[in-house]
Design a protein around this ligand. Sequence first.
Ligand SMILES: Cc1cc2nc3c(=O)[nH]c(=O)nc-3n(C[C@H](O)[C@H](O)[C@H](O)COP(=O)(O)O)c2cc1C
Ligand code: SF4
Ligand code: SF4
Length: 317
Amino acid sequence: METRRSFIKKGVIIGAAVCLPAAIGRESLASYPDLKTRHPKKALVLWYSQTGQTSRYARLIGCILKDRGLAVDVRDMQEFDKNGLANYDLIVVGTPTFYYDTPDNVRDWLQAIPLIPGTPVAAFVSFGGPEGNQHNAATHILKLLIEKGGVPVGRDAFRNIPSYPTPKWNTANQISGQHLPNAATYDQVRRFAADVLERITRGQTIAVGYEIALREGLRVLPLIWLNKKAISKHTVDAGKCIGCQTCVKKCPTKAINPSRQTVDRDKCLACFGCLNNCPADAVVMEYRGERLYGFPEYLRRNKIVILEPPEFKACKL
Ligand SMILES: Cc1cc2nc3c(=O)[nH]c(=O)nc-3n(C[C@H](O)[C@H](O)[C@H](O)COP(=O)(O)O)c2cc1C
Ligand code: SF4
Ligand code: SF4
């Protein structure tokens, strides 16, 4: 049986051929509005996160900014009122990399925000590797913020344990990323936050452009659609479901209805948020006939404990 990896690999060649030329030489020389302040007092770190990696980095960034004297809010973007963005002197947005890009729901959310002229903005992504075009997903977020008048002051990508489920969770990629994030990852996050602040103080911006990467080509493929075709079963086991509504809260498109055991396959983005967050193993998903199990169960079976940054002991964000 063809694995998901080989299935996707086939697409890379076509995708790269179509897309690579477009990814080359797109470094932006744009000029931006004046920064609204070089002495930020209030920062917002917004995150979208399915399995906790991105929100962990967001909290750490918040802790670093707080330690430098800023008032900081760290919020789930799905619960944040977009009209509140004008209250901040710095906006940092973080998301996972899904299907080689920014998740569709995050893109839609950012396209709908009001103007934020002159506000310093920074973007980061978490990703499960292998390293490739993930910086371009962060660039994508930054460009959406720039379209709204934001001024780019930072961009980065942090690698960690992947949350993309496969029937046995034993691909080379899954195994090689199991020990991440580590101390070096958190140092990278600290540097990112410190650099963002320093650039604002100096009135500096960063260049925003897509980088050359073979995986960039995969963005043009209908990966979500292809994976949805390969998901042969997606329902809820009424016998196991405890009615906690976690899947409903995590689903970015309101596609799942656990009380009716249904999933609206048209709305579903194949993000695995329901499977990866169900505490009762009640979300039934099969990939080409093979049962998938979620991220918490994967951690439990492999005795994986994700490292927390030491800052969290004192910093309560
Ligand atoms: C649906 C899905 C698609 C993914 N696609 C990619 C990808 O294209 N590239 C990558 O490096 N990681 C990919 N990953 C791994 C995630 O980016 C990574 O696990 C991320 O840190 C999860 O963040 P979260 O815990 O905040 O949800 C994917 C994970 C999922 C669930
Ligand atoms: S139903 Fe689909 S879109 Fe909703 S959380 Fe599950 S996989 Fe994601
Ligand atoms: S997360 Fe799991 S247990 Fe909770 S309502 Fe959804 S399917 Fe049921």
